[in-house]
Design a protein around this ligand. Structure first.
Ligand code: NAI
Ligand code: MG
Length: 326
């Protein structure tokens, strides 16, 4: 079967790391038709639209989408794109690799972040010159869908269970509902769980990340805590993510457009290439996914390395080294 894959590089280093990820997908011989599409600041400046309807449509119909990053228009691009693929979970692994100078080399975490609601549901209002408000959305159905995915995720990987991070002591109604729904589904599936308040989690994970494994959390918490974990493992250049829907998915590095290094050809392509490995896994090509991950790990350990990891190699040199190891 020939897959339809949408490729949306976006802005800044998205333009540099997305071609690297695409090269890797071609190198493993994925039988796919790749279609490029625009999104982000550049197309917004040219047309007044950050996410052209044809790009949305492409993501909504493709088997999978490879996305880079968008700049100031990120919220207008990535939130609708996640909706286009009907994604209900954002999978964000944060692993410290041998050879990378990490604050916490023992870190090996996966965040399963709710991907459609919470404070990112888009219900913000300016009510007066003094007052702005935000409505936080939590549904039983989205919480249960996330929990069912988490149960499947840990059972597929023979993991012990998962931790629910929340703030139900303060947001009793919304996070209370989230926590109760997730714990109930886990109980029905016979999956072990524990729970932690998300602020306490931030401290505990810095002091001893080995206490945690898979963390299930609401949208904003997943966004913030996974960036915190990026700091523990050696930087944003290493963190991939997968926005999973029932029929399609969108795969993107956690990082943004990195304006400070964009255009120099020195961005670390690892996060984007590991996102491509998650795409392969999503399509059921586990062997190729493992080959890509192993090649990235080998290059992280042996070099060449980009500047964020203390090296002097270019994006292209690192990409070529990864492909050579496939
Ligand atoms: P950022 O992730 O772009 O950069 C943060 C820092 O990490 C910078 O010093 C950057 O050089 C470094 N970095 C990130 N990725 C790297 C890589 N692959 N290799 C080497 N170094 C890397 O976050 P920042 O600076 O907060 O945001 C910049 C722009 O990106 C903003 O306009 C923001 O809206 C957008 N953004 C977009 C996202 C998306 O499209 N999903 C996600 C996060 C930010
Ligand atoms: Mg973020």
């Amino acid at each position: 079967m020939t897959y339809e894959i949408a490729v949306i590089p976006g802005d800044g280093i998205g333009q540099e790391v997305t071609p690297a990820a695409l090269e890797v997908l071609e190198a493993v011989g994925l039988d796919a038709e790749f279609t490029a599409a625009d999104a982000g600041d550049q197309i917004y400046e040219a047309t007044g639209e950050a996410l052209p309807p044809e790009t949305y449509e492409l993501a909504a119909t493709a088997d999978a989408t490879l996305f880079g990053a968008a700049g100031e228009t990120a919220a207008d691009v990535i939130l609708p794109l996640r909706e286009a693929v009907e994604s209900f979970v954002n999978v964000r692994p944060a692993t410290a690799y041998p050879g990378v100078d990490a604050l916490r080399p023992e870190t090996d975490l996966v965040f399963l972040r709710e991907n459609t609601e919470g404070v990112y549901a888009g219900h913000e209002s300016r009510l007066s010159d003094d007052l702005s408000t935000l409505t936080r959305v939590v549904t039983e159905s989205a919480s249960r869908e996330l929990a069912a995915f988490a149960c499947q995720y840990v059972s597929d990987r023979d993991l012990d269970g998962f931790t629910v991070a929340h703030k139900a002591n303060v947001m009793r109604e919304t996070d209370g509902r989230f926590r109760d729904a997730v714990l109930e589904v886990a109980d029905d599936h016979g999956v072990d769980t524990d729970e932690v308040l998300m602020d306490a989690f931030a401290t505990h994970v810095c002091l001893d990340p080995t206490q945690f494994d898979v963390i299930v959390c609401p949208n904003l918490a997943g966004d913030v805590l996974s960036d915190l974990a990026a700091g523990l493992v050696g930087g944003l250049g290493l963190l991939p993510s997968a926005n999973i829907g029932s029929d399609r998915g969108l795969f993107e590095p956690v990082h943004g457009t990195a304006p400070d290094i964009a255009g120099k050809g020195i961005a670390n392509p690892s996060a984007a290439i590991l996102s491509a490995a998650m795409l392969l896994e999503f399509l059921g090509h586990d062997e190729e996914a493992t080959a890509v991950k192993t090649a990235v790990e080998t290059v992280l350990e042996d070099g060449p390395r980009t500047a964020d990891l203390g090296g002097a190699a270019s994006t292209d040199e690192v990409t070529a080294a990864i492909i050579a190891h496939l």
